[in-house]
Write a protein that binds this ligand. Structure first.
Ligand SMILES: [Zn+2]
Length: 386
């Protein structure tokens, strides 16, 4: 009895070893031949079912999104390594002539994919596939660009967060690899041009300058400087448009910004207005984890700002719970009240481009200094970027 059992055991072990060796060989073969298995967020059964064929296996999930399994030949584009994507969206390419573009509407945590040279009513929501539970809403709209007889399909995808995206074509599919921002960029900040659109903010006494325009013109110039660095910058607005306070703070939190800097102008509404002038930076001590960093950032910003401009240094103020964006932010944050629009001498700092460039220099130096002092990181210029 023992002998027969032992024989059976030996046969089983040998069979199992053959099986393991076979599977290992197959795995090495596929890896060496550049075929990566699309294995994240994929159940074992789906994976097993998928071995040996390249088709997608769709598993319906909450009506909106579907999990995908499949095998792909990874295409590496620029510095994006497809295998490191945090999530992936796949949309079929239905006609050979079509091409796709991606627009990142990060303030609303949305992306818009325009499929040019598409066909009318060709796309439906369930054709947009994602391998992770990150898609909140999908919108599909066909548009006819003016003067053209072709149809473009606009696919709007609302996501729970902000990512870095890489759109490419593969095997008749549009693939959007989504990356964690901090895995792509070493430095990430949010710059907020205060007010905008229907909200003018404060104004100069002669009504020639409004805060929303001053902050926007400064932020646009600041963008030119920051574009030359290795900092990834998200802007709450770059046009004269209404942006509510909630998405401004939400953006800073979503991208886990190293710093959130909100640019404003001040106003003194009592007589005599000319008495009050100068720059202030505001911070909040409400968030216990952030209060020291918030204060440090506010101090660095005012020091650099007032030394680059000749705007006088007024104060650094803890506004505790008073200001929504400071209260809601979970990253180091400050509001820079650059100067008083109610003071004619202060307004002069925004009157011509030369003066505005000095103001921008102050903000830029503040950001560079904050990276040095808070993070021990050196901001790199374009030529030195990795
Ligand atoms: Zn303001």
């Amino acid at each position: 009895m023992m002998g027969r059992r032992f024989k059976k055991f030996v046969v089983s072990v040998v069979f199992a070893l053959f099986l393991i060796a076979g599977v290992s060989f197959m795995t090495c073969f596929f890896q060496e031949n550049g075929v990566g298995t699309f294995d994240y967020a994929m159940s074992d059964e789906v994976q097993a079912e998928n071995v040996g064929h390249g088709d997608n296996v769709n598993e319906k999930e909450d009506g909106l999104i579907q999990k995908i399994a499949g095998t792909y030949n990874y295409t590496e584009i620029a510095h994006y390594n497809s295998a490191e994507a945090a999530a992936r969206i796949i949309i079929p390419k239905l006609s050979k002539e079509s091409s796709a573009e991606l627009e990142d509407e990060y303030i609303n945590r949305k992306i818009r994919i325009t499929v040019n040279n598409s066909q009318y009513a060709a796309y439906t929501k369930d054709m947009v596939l994602c391998d992770k539970d990150v898609v909140k809403e999908i919108g599909i709209k066909d548009v006819c660009p003016p003067g053209s007889d072709t149809v473009s399909t606009l696919i709007t995808i609302e996501l729970g967060s902000v990512y870095e995206y890489n759109l490419y074509e593969e095997n008749n599919k549009y693939i959007i690899d989504m990356f964690d921002i901090h895995s792509v960029y070493d430095k990430v900040i949010v710059i907020d041009a205060g007010h905008g659109g229907g909200d003018n903010g404060c104004g100069s006494l002669d009504s020639r300058y409004y805060e929303k325009d001053v902050t926007l013109s400064i932020v646009k110039l600041l963008k030119e400087r920051l574009d030359e660095t290795d900092i990834k910058v998200y802007y709450t607005r770059l046009a004269d448009e209404t942006v509510y306070l909630k998405p401004r703070a939400a953006l800073a939190n979503a991208v886990r910004a190293d710093m959130f800097i909100s640019i404003h102008c001040n106003y003194y509404d009592r007589y005599p207005a000319y008495r009050i002038s100068g720059a202030e930076t505001l911070y909040s001590s409400v968030n216990k984890k952030m209060k020291i960093l918030n204060r440090r950032l506010a101090n660095i910003m005012i020091d650099e700002f007032t030394s680059a401009t000749d705007i006088n240094k007024r104060s650094v103020i803890n506004r505790k719970k008073e200001l929504f964006i400071l209260k809601k932010s979970r990253v180091p944050s400050t509001i820079v009240e650059m100067a008083y629009l109610s003071n004619a001498d202060d307004v002069k700092h925004f009157k011509n481009i030369k003066k505005r460039i000095k103001v921008v220099e102050g903000l830029y130096n503040g950001i560079v200094e904050a990276y040095e002092k808070i993070y021990g990181k050196t901001v790199l210029q374009d030529s030195l970027k990795p």
